[in-house]
Design a binder for this molecule. Structure first.
Ligand SMILES: *Cc1c(COP(=O)(O)O)cnc(C)c1O
Length: 377
């Protein structure tokens, strides 16, 4: 590197983001981020926090008072839910059928939980009977953690029956909704979810940086009744509640401009209407699915998400070359396979602003050309 060259402003290239996140960000959200920074205890900023909370409650479909945006990406939301609900020695069942269930298990272990893992093959979902059996084998389960939309495999996990089992056993249901919130049906109150977290960079089409979370009144009661302090000071919701609540006690400085972005993204969701937004995600997923199957590609999960499409890389096709050419020649980013799917899968996200018909058409045309080239190779 030439040390004497003066730095120049970074100009990102123009991209079509069809990977597992981040998704395309609307110009309105980017403009909102560029507005003047004000103090985090300014009455106008407090008004923004209040309104964002109300919009988040609508999005999570909940009346939970404890609904806030944690500073950090989706993984911070995961950590916030786990460390607040778990005290060292607590039994937690973690469902693992992909990367993110595996990450939740690791977070739970670090928080001191005695973890029981329920596994399903990658691409499959967890069967309620597995949950019932685990709850029968262990009579001390405090929390069951599960991923609603497993972005590493594209599998869509049904939650209602599992929620009933968990509550019948007197346990709490913790749900990862990072790739479903704002793109797929998710009912925090109606489905009895006690702790739910998401991120801004997937179906909300906001840059990464905040993690919406929601805790039920029951969960908050449990957190307030802890005998040990929450392992993380930064993510302790009892402290965060005093910052977001009427007391407005300083905890940490909220990422002000990121909050402007989230507020604008939530405003866009409200303008479109949640039901219409979910329907748009379903329609574009169907269009993509028909197109991919016409090209001879095969979906991996038996129950696919509408926000993330995981397909097998066809035999004889060079996974990395196709992804590189998509990026270099068409400006399109898609995701590679993770873990056991490395080199075997493509993950095509249609999240938030990226879920649009013109993107589906462009991507299918580009892929069709590249696959023809691969076959000629
Ligand atoms: C992306 C993702 C996360 C982690 O979010 P980050 O913003 O990368 O921290 C967690 N769970 C699921 C299901 C995800 O897709």
């Amino acid at each position: 590197m030439n040390e004497s060259r003066p730095p120049v402003s970074f100009q990102p290239p123009s991209r079509v983001l069809l990977g597992p996140g981040p998704s395309d960000v609307s110009p309105r959200v980017l403009q909102a981020m560029g507005r003047p920074t004000i103090g985090h205890l300014d009455p106008e900023y407090l008004r923004l926090m209040d309104e964002s909370r109300r919009l988040l409650q609508q999005l999570f479909r909940t009346e939970n008072e404890m609904t806030i945006a944690v500073s950090g990406t989706g993984s911070a939301g995961m950590e916030a839910c786990v460390v607040n609900l778990i005290e060292p020695g607590d039994r937690m069942v973690v469902c693992v059928n992909g990367v993110f269930g595996g990450r939740m298990k690791e977070v739970a272990e670090r928080a001191g939980a005695r973890v029981v893992t329920l596994e399903a093959p990658w691409g499959e979902t967890i069967d309620p009977q597995q949950v019932a059996a685990a709850l029968e084998s262990y009579d001390d389960v405090k929390v069951l953690g599960i991923v609603h939309a497993e972005t590493s495999t594209g599998a869509h996990q049904p939650l209602e029956e599992i929620s009933r089992l968990v509550h019948d056993a007197g346990a709490f249901l913790l749900v990862d909704a990072v790739t479903s919130l704002g793109g797929m049906e998710l009912e925090v109150d109606a489905w009895g979810i006690d702790a739910c977290y998401s991120g801004t960079q997937k179906c909300l089409s906001c840059p990464p940086g905040l993690a919406p979370v929601s805790f039920s009144a029951r969960a908050v009661e449990r957190i307030l009744g802890r005998t040990t302090p929450v392992q993380s000071w930064y993510l302790d919701v009892t402290l965060l509640a005093r910052y977001w609540g009427s007391e407005r006690v300083y905890h940490h400085t909220a990422p002000i401009n990121m909050s402007y972005a989230l507020h604008e993204a939530l405003t866009l969701v409200a303008e479109e209407g949640l039901a219409a937004r979910i329907a748009r995600h379903t329609e574009n997923h169907r269009r993509l699915r028909v197109g991919l199957e016409d090209l001879g590609l095969e979906y991996i999960p038996s129950r696919s998400l509408t926000t993330l499409n995981a397909v097998r890389v066809p035999d004889g096709v060079d996974d990395a070359r196709v992804r590189r050419r998509l990026l270099e020649e068409f400006g399109i980013e898609i995701g590679a396979g993770l873990g056991p799917f490395r080199g075997q899968a493509w993950r095509i996200g249609l999240m938030g602003a990226s879920s649009r018909r013109s993107h589906v058409t462009l991507f299918l045309a580009a892929l069709s050309q590249l696959l023809a080239d691969e076959r000629a190779h």
